[in-house]
Write a protein that binds this ligand. Structure first.
Ligand SMILES: Nc1ncnc2c1ncn2[C@@H]1O[C@H](COP(=O)(O)OP(=O)(O)OP(=O)(O)O)[C@@H](O)[C@H]1O
Ligand SMILES: [Mg+2]
Length: 619
């Protein structure tokens, strides 16, 4: 298993979970079906019958609600200028489901018969209707107000209809309300085709006499009541619906019986309190066959769902693992020190975040690596420089000593005097460079004490302000009003500020402005030296802190100013950074941690008591 790739493992795991769960569900369904086929089929039949009964009940409720309103309207005095006939005629036109209205008023006579154009087209005369209704077809006298009467009187020859009679509200004098009878197309009672064609569907009255019949086959079986619409009711020679239905119970049920040698299964359900029954029947063998087919189909669907799920899982797993593999590879590459990599961003927000984080780490690592290289370079150069400086310093001091001796010995007018002066001057300059070099390599450790950085910077600014103003350079102090305490060496800080100000002055040949600022940000003391000079080109800026890097002509700059400053700032546990724009100017920023207490080992120097030697070499 360990040898398998991540993708394979994911796939197997998902397949197992899916396969097992779908298999369990499908297996259980099959098992249940096998164990209890009959009750499954019985239940299926019964649920169909109940469904049909519910639908019929809803249809009838709908129709009777409207008819009750019409019945009440028929009892009331019609609006002036119109008679009852006009009112009901308008209603017939508005509600095409009613083919005919007949009203028996409170006085007991069947007064009005209205025909709609639809009724005319199916060829039914008022007289036929009148005769059918009054001849015992509609129980006008016994019709209760709360329950409608439904029957199939078989009036229309062309279009099957059923008769619905409703009693309106009782009059104020207690007399029973008007009875409104309507002839309605049969498909308004039950028209659903949602039930499978395998079933025969009937709606019968309480006595089992069919009102509606949907059979997918020609008339069969003698003996049963004749179903309307030319179809014969099922039940065969031995059983009619009247025998099939329970005598008293009003609950749905299922029964088995044999009709014309065929084993049948019938389910019945009462239609609310309408006194109707919904009956669904099917040959038993077909029912089992259908149920069997249903199970097979369910299993096939389960299989297809399973296959689709596996395909989806495959696609999903592939994309996840591709990202993971990409991320792993990137991590490995970073681990090997290869930072120039592109992490692929493929799936989802979570991976995006992971890759973004990785990319951010990668950038931070790159940065740290660059700084490390820089520090190592500085250290190496410093050590090298220190070694050379040590070796050269002594002979150089001797040379200068001899030159000074020579100067004293030669007569004032000797041509040799000039040579000695040059030797003395140049060795002096060289010794100055060596001293700087030694400082940079931190061979000379400075004494640290609690100092007011603000005061040191302020003193330094005052020191050079005048000289710089001679070169048309304005110095603008922007100093903090509060003292800023740091642990440091005042001479060294002064040297750094001087270096920066000198460089700024050098960058402004035609004059300009130097702003020197101090403040405290986030527990750090900040010194800023900004100029309006030439700026530092991008290809140069990365090298300005390197020892001996200079763009100034030979003899003018040694290229040690910034490298020494860098070393000093580091010694103060600080950071020095530069921002520059060619033609606009340069800003150096130094950050040194603020300290409120004196360092343990170092004796605290009195701010004014310290003697500082300032050597300013303005060129
Ligand atoms: N404010 C500035 N504006 C423009 N360029 C600058 C600025 N500060 C430093 N530089 C560039 O950085 C280089 C290195 O500066 P650094 O102070 O180390 O040496 P230097 O000034 O050339 O010589 P020195 O040893 O006399 O200071 C300079 O030669 C100059 O090109
Ligand atoms: Mg310099």
């Amino acid at each position: 298993m360990n040898r398998l790739g991540l993708r394979a493992k994911l796939l197997i795991a998902m397949f197992l979970i899916l396969g097992v769960s779908i298999g369990l569900v499908a297996g259980q369904a099959v098992l249940l079906f096998q164990q209890d086929k009959s009750s499954y089929v019985f239940d299926l039949n019964a649920s169909q019958a109940i469904k049909i009964a519910d639908e019929i009940q809803a249809n009838v409720r709908h129709l009777t609600e409207k008819m009750r309103i019409f019945a009440d309207a028929a009892r009331l005095q019609p609006p002036p200028g119109s008679d009852l006939k006009t009112v009901l005629g308008a209603m017939l036109q508005q509600y095409p489901e009613f083919l005919l209205f007949s009203v028996r008023g409170e006085d007991g006579s069947l007064r009005n018969v209205f025909t709609s154009p639809a009724l005319e087209t199916i060829g039914l005369s008022k007289e036929t209707v009148h005769a059918a209704y009054t001849g015992g077809g509609v129980p006008f006298d016994s019709l209760p107000q709360e329950r409608p009467f439904i029957a199939r009187l078989g009036l229309a020859a062309k279009m099957p209809t059923f008769t619905l009679a409703v009693r309106g509200a009782a009059g104020p004098d207690g007399r029973p309300g008007a009875v409104l009878v309507a002839e309605i197309p049969l498909d308004r009672l039950y028209a659903s085709r949602a039930v499978s064609r395998l079933f025969e569907v009937y709606v019968t009255d309480g006595g089992g006499k069919p009102i509606v019949a949907f059979t997918g086959r020609p008339a069969a079986g003698p003996g049963g009541a004749t179903a309307p619409g030319g179809t014969e009711a099922p039940g065969g020679a031995t059983l009619g619906f009247a025998d099939l239905l329970p005598k008293s119970a009003t609950m749905a049920g299922t029964r088995e019986y044999v009709a014309s040698g065929t084993a049948m299964l019938a389910a019945y359900s009462p239609v609310g309190s309408l006194g109707l029954w919904a009956i669904v029947q099917i040959p038993k063998a077909r029912a089992f066959e259908a149920a069997h087919r249903l199970v097979v189909r369910s299993l096939a669907i389960a299989g297809v769902v399973c296959a689709a799920a596996v395909a989806l899982v495959f696609v999903f797993a592939s994309s996840i693992t591709r990202s993971l593999v990409g991320l792993t590879r990137a991590t490995e590459q970073i681990g090997r020190g290869q930072f120039d990599i592109q992490v692929p961003v493929t799936v989802g927000a979570r991976f995006k975040r992971m890759t973004e984080e990785l990319a951010a780490r990668e950038t931070a690592l790159k940065e740290a690596n660059k700084r490390l290289i820089e520090a190592e370079k500085m250290t190496a150069l410093g050590q090298l420089g220190a070694g050379i400086a040590h070796e050269v310093k002594n002979p150089m001091t001797s040379i200068r000593g001899y030159a000074q001796m020579g100067l004293r010995k030669v007569p004032p007018d000797s041509p040799l005097r000039e040579y000695f002066v040059t030797i003395e001057k140049e060795t002096g300059r060289s010794l100055e460079i060596l001293k700087n070099l030694l400082k940079f390599s931190r061979q000379e450790t400075a004494e640290m004490s609690l100092i007011d950085l603000n005061a040191v910077v302020s003193d330094t600014v005052k020191l050079v302000m005048h000289q710089l103003s001679m070169r048309k350079v304005d110095v603008v102090p922007d100093l903090s009003e509060e003292p800023i305490q740091v642990v440091g060496n005042a001479n060294q800080i002064e040297q750094v500020v001087l270096n920066l100000m000198m460089n700024a002055g050098d960058a402004m040949e035609k004059g300009g402005r130097i702003t020197v600022g101090t403040d405290e940000v986030g527990g750090q003391a900040r010194i800023r030296v900004a100029d309006t000079g030439s700026g530092i080109p991008p290809d140069v800026i990365g090298r300005i802190f390197d020892p001996f890097f200079t763009t100034k002509p030979v003899g003018k700059g040694t290229g040690l100013g910034l490298s020494v400053s860098y070393g000093i700032v580091k010694e103060h546990k600080g950071e020095i950074t530069v921002q520059s724009k060619v033609g606009a100017g340069t800003t150096f920023t130094i950050l040194i941690p603020v300290t409120k207490t004196a360092p343990k080992a170092a004796p605290q120097a009195a701010a004014g008591g310290e003697k500082r030697v300032r050597v300013i070499n303005l060129r």
